[in-house]
Design a protein around this ligand. Structure first.
Ligand code: NAD
Length: 470
């Protein structure tokens, strides 16, 4: 019996965007293994040049790519264009990062003599992509991994194969063969089989914590495989004294509701100094009230689109009801105007009185507000999560920011900046359930190659100074 088709649907309309057969995992891996030696043997300059050509192909295809992303995952067209720009920018970032993080070096050691440090690729790497940035985030693994000399099996999210396929085509048009960067559509089943396959050398994953944990568990007995896990967050913003309350409200709304809250770095929890509560919360609410929720191509352009599908919208609605029925007080209700489509309004709920707040990532437009009395309590509350991706302090003095920075357990710690929109020109990743200490962004080079140290002399020269009979 043949496997069922992978079908992706447009969230805004329910129309079909893409349909196709899932990949044959054994074939895909065998093809990648055959392609690897020749790709790894290419001069580094050739691989870098091919990545620059890839960036040019993405530029040529920018409109088609942005339209496909917008249709397939529901984000507004302007935002899909930003994603395409990020794909392009990643190429030069990765070239610089490779040179800086994984360059060749000659070392002279008084004890060992001449030594060299060089890096080698791992081999066949599986890239598993999420739906929310279906081109930029897989690309953030793929480009540095190809530069380093690995070949790629790219399994896009089953919710965004059309975007992934267009991205793969840009690599091919640039001259990277379809065996070196393989497009391998499939769902979680194909993902599991790829992860478990003996023929792969590693997994570069961006997605949810439960999936990342499953991958980690699967590879627990395989220390020979590199595993980079970029997972979700339960990110906090701490609101402290500032005269600029309107700007603060805008940063909070941007952090909580951009991309309909479907960003790993989105603010999920707003922790507010009690004396500021009555000023800032109404400002945040009235700005959230003005948010236009609409389909990606609507005019005027919406701030945010639908969430990815009806199952996600159902889950978020249930989560909101759960918070309400366990002590949360709705400040702005989660509304779903049409029960057959996954458009949700931004929602705000005060969960201060909840006896225990679930420490889960609610991947959608729900912001929880928690009132605190002092700064120590604010930091403790912000750290009250097993995740550790992003945190921001809004307002506060430089001394308070220093304390915040020193005490926050997260890979991104900001001051008077949104939690969202981290730059890939810097390391990008988290700790706890957010990642396994292999950040992507500028540091992706680190997990795409391993260091080889070589002591090197042109002639043998051994010295045994002690412990020999004369
Ligand atoms: P997901 O975990 O559902 O799926 C991600 C990928 O893993 C998909 O390709 C999927 O098919 C595959 N997969 C699912 N189960 C698998 C399994 N058992 N074994 C192997 N592969 C499997 O994630 P999603 O819903 O597509 O993406 C949203 C999540 O991604 C959110 O949690 C978000 O926070 C996270 N994310 C993290 C970052 C980051 O940089 N840290 C960036 C973007 C998104």
């Amino acid at each position: 019996m043949s496997a069922p088709d992978i079908i992706s649907l447009e969230p805004a309309t329910g129309a079909e965007v893409w349909r196709g057969k899932p990949c044959d995992v054994d074939d895909v891996v065998a093809r990648a293994r055959r392609a690897w030696p020749a790709w790894a043997a290419q001069p580094l300059t050739t691989r870098m040049e091919l990545m620059r050509r890839f960036a040019n192909e993405v530029r040529k295809e920018a409109d088609a790519l942005a339209r496909t992303i917008a249709r397939e995952v529901g984000k507004p067209l302007w935002e899909a264009h930003n994603e395409v720009e990020a794909v392009i920018a990643k190429v030069e970032i990765s070239i610089r990062a490779y040179a800086e993080r994984t360059s060749q070096r000659k070392l002279d050691s008084a004890l060992q003599g001449k030594m060299a440090l060089r890096h080698k690729p791992h081999g066949v790497l599986v890239v598993l992509g999420p739906f929310n940035y279906p081109c930029h985030l897989p690309g953030a693994h793929i480009v540095p991994a190809l530069i380093a000399g690995n070949v790629i099996v790219f399994k896009p999210s089953e919710k965004a194969p059309a975007s992934g396929e267009l991205l793969a085509r840009c690599f091919q048009r640039a001259g990277v063969s379809a065996a070196v960067m393989q497009f391998a559509p499939g769902g979680p089943g194909e993902g599991q089989r790829l992860v478990a396959h003996d023929g792969i050398d590693g997994v570069l994953f961006t997605g949810s914590a439960p999936t990342g944990i499953a991958i980690n568990r699967k590879l627990a007995t395989r220390p020979d495989k590199i595993v980079a896990l970029e997972m979700g967050g339960n990110n906090a913003m701490v609101m402290w004294d500032t005269p600029k309350l309107a700007d603060a409200a805008a940063l909070i709304v941007q952090s909580a509701f951009a991309t309909a809250g479907q960003r790993c770095t989105a603010a999920r929890r707003l922790i507010v100094k009690a004396s500021l509560y009555d000023q800032i919360v109404p400002l945040v609410k009235s700005l959230a009230d003005r948010i236009i929720v609409g389909a990606p191509f609507d005019e005027p352009a919406p701030f945010m689109g639908p969430v990815i599908d009806n199952a996600a919208a159902d889950g978020l609605s249930e989560s909101f009801l759960y918070l309400m029925s366990h002590g949360g007080k709705a400040i702005k209700h989660l509304q779903r105007p049409d029960g057959t489509l996954p458009f949700l309004s931004p929602a705000i709920i005060d969960t201060t009185a909840m006896a225990s707040r679930p420490d889960v990532e609610l991947f959608g437009p729900i912001l929880q507000v928690i009132k605190v009395d002092d700064f120590d309590q604010a930091i403790a509350e912000a750290n009250n999560t097993r995740f550790g991706l992003a945190a921001s302090l809004i307002g506060g003095t430089p001394q308070e920011y220093n304390r915040f920075w020193a005490n926050m357990r997260a890979g991104i710690v900001n001051w008077n900046r949104a939690t969202v929109g981290p730059s890939h020109a810097a390391p990008m990743g988290g700790i706890g359930l957010s990642g396994n200490h292999r950040p992507t962004g500028y540091y992706a080079a680190d997990y795409c190659a391993y260091p080889v140290t070589s002591g090197e002399m042109e002639q043998p020269r051994a010295v045994i100074g002690v412990g020999l009979k004369s």
